[in-house]
Ligand binder design. Structure first.
Ligand SMILES: Cc1cc2nc3c(=O)[nH]c(=O)nc-3n(C[C@H](O)[C@H](O)[C@H](O)COP(=O)(O)O)c2cc1C
Length: 236
């Protein structure tokens, strides 16, 4: 059975668009008989990484801090798939950034230089073999996710684990308004979760359906500029 651990980095936690996309993806994974668990980064009481490399070069695998990460590290070791679910937040909300830095104790610093970059790996007792990104953004364009995709890909490459794809939903808040397209997006997201567990990968057609435009760029811009204008008038 595939075990899945999802970290939701959204400040809105259960109420946000990140959760909406994550829920659909996890439903698909469950339908394919995966065991899933979600952890909310904002709820974790974890201190920032000190950067002292204590867990690498003083006490191998042991963090200098004792906090909520103590109970999360065993779950991370047991998971086959790690989902990073986050909004684009210039580039990441602080909770998930903090979480990523605190992964150091499960990384073994046996460094290799390949394909122009330094690779480490997870310790042998860590089962994670795939990392997936689910990200939502407020802006219209898909290119706006580049920085977040790059971070997730880099996390995967840095520990020599497969990056199994990026589920990207631009202008995510409009999913509620355009019911038909919004539902098509969620169906495709569910199918992506199913595909990942059953087939080990997500088809490019499914990813395209998930990221499809819900309105035109001009409509989007006009709508948001109008909203700001109204707010400005009522605040003056
Ligand atoms: C501080 C901050 C920075 C943001 N930066 C971006 C951005 O660079 N690109 C983007 O598309 N959306 C950006 N957004 C919009 C969020 O990604 C969007 O509102 C998203 O739906 C929030 O996720 P949630 O619904 O799970 O809370 C930003 C929002 C905030 C508050």
């Amino acid at each position: 059975m595939t075990r899945v651990l999802a970290i939701n980095g959204s400040a809105s936690m259960e109420k946000g668009n990140t959760q909406k996309m994550l829920t659909a993806f996890l439903e698909g994974m469950k339908e394919a008989h995966a065991k899933v668990e979600t952890v909310y980064a904002k709820r974790l009481k974890i201190r920032p990484c000190t950067g002292s490399f204590h867990c690498w070069y003083t006490k191998v695998g042991e963090c200098i801090h004792s906090d909520d990460m103590d109970s999360l590290l065993p779950k991370l070791r047991e998971a086959d798939v790690l989902i990073l679910a986050t909004p684009v937040f210039l580039p990441l909300p602080s909770g998930i950034q903090n979480f990523l830095n605190r992964l150091m104790p499960i990384i073994e610093p046996v460094l290799e230089f390949r394909e122009g970059r330094t690779h480490a790996k997870f310790h042998d007792n860590v089962k994670i073999s795939k990392i997936v990104l689910i990200s939502v953004g407020g802006w219209w364009e898909i290119g706006n996710f580049d920085k977040v995709v790059r971070i997730a890909e880099d996390v995967a490459k840095g520990v020599d684990v497969e990056f199994s794809g990026a589920i990207l939903r631009p202008h995510a808040s409009l999913m509620n308004e355009n019911k038909e397209k919004g539902e098509a997006v969620l169906r495709a997201t569910k199918s992506a979760g199913f595909q990942l567990v059953r087939e080990g990968k997500i088809s490019s057609d499914t990813l395209e359906t998930i990221s499809q435009p819900l309105i035109s760029e001009i409509e989007f811009r006009e709508r948001y500029n109008k909203m700001y204008q109204t707010a400005k008038e009522s605040s003056s």
